[in-house]
Design a protein. Structure first.
Length: 176
């Protein structure tokens, strides 16, 4: 057999890999084993450490209280407080949508927009305000009493051409 390693057209470089000397071989072996070991140690340390953030919250006590809180709350108001006027309630609660006409709300003073609604009557308008209609959420049970919401409904409807009378304040309930 003859040795063709020195034959013309034969390239020794085509058969070698990226590692050219023993120093590169040692470095590749070292990095192949040591780097994954350090990564595994780091992951194990993270898993067993007690400094991990809790799911959803940093404060465990606050997150537990938020999860077990009651569905409803009781708010006690002064029953003898001064009732707001329809205009005051409109300015505080209704003006955001009924001044600009946002989400299809009829603008205050726009007789054309209010005429169809006024034809349904005061009770239908009040029910829509208290229970909500379309994009307007229910106004009952909020910051204002239902009587104050009724005053605001009369204020807006009358500005649109209605002739509704100011609702009467409900009589206090007698204690047995």
């Amino acid at each position: 057999m003859s040795n063709n390693s020195n034959a013309p057209g034969h390239d020794d470089e085509a058969h070698t890999g990226p590692i050219k000397n023993p120093k590169q071989l040692l470095m590749a072996v070292f990095l192949s084993f040591v780097v994954p070991i350090f990564l595994i140690i780091g992951l194990v340390y993270y898993v067993v450490s007690s400094n991990k953030p809790q799911a959803g919250s940093v404060n465990v006590e606050q997150s537990v209280v938020a999860r077990i809180q009651k569905v409803g709350t009781v708010e006690i108001r002064d029953a003898n407080r001064e009732m707001k006027t329809g205009e005051a309630v409109y300015q505080a609660q209704c003006t955001a949508c009924h001044t600009s006409g946002a989400a299809g709300a009829p603008k205050i003073g726009d007789a054309a927009a209010w005429s169809a609604r006024i034809k349904t009557g005061y009770d239908a308008l009040l029910l829509s305000a208290l229970k909500g209609k379309g994009a307007m959420g229910a106004q009952s049970g909020g910051e204002f009493d239902d009587f104050e919401i009724a005053r605001a409904v009369v204020h807006m409807a009358n500005a649109g051409g209605a002739k509704f009378a100011e609702p009467a304040k409900p009589a206090p309930v007698a204690k047995p």
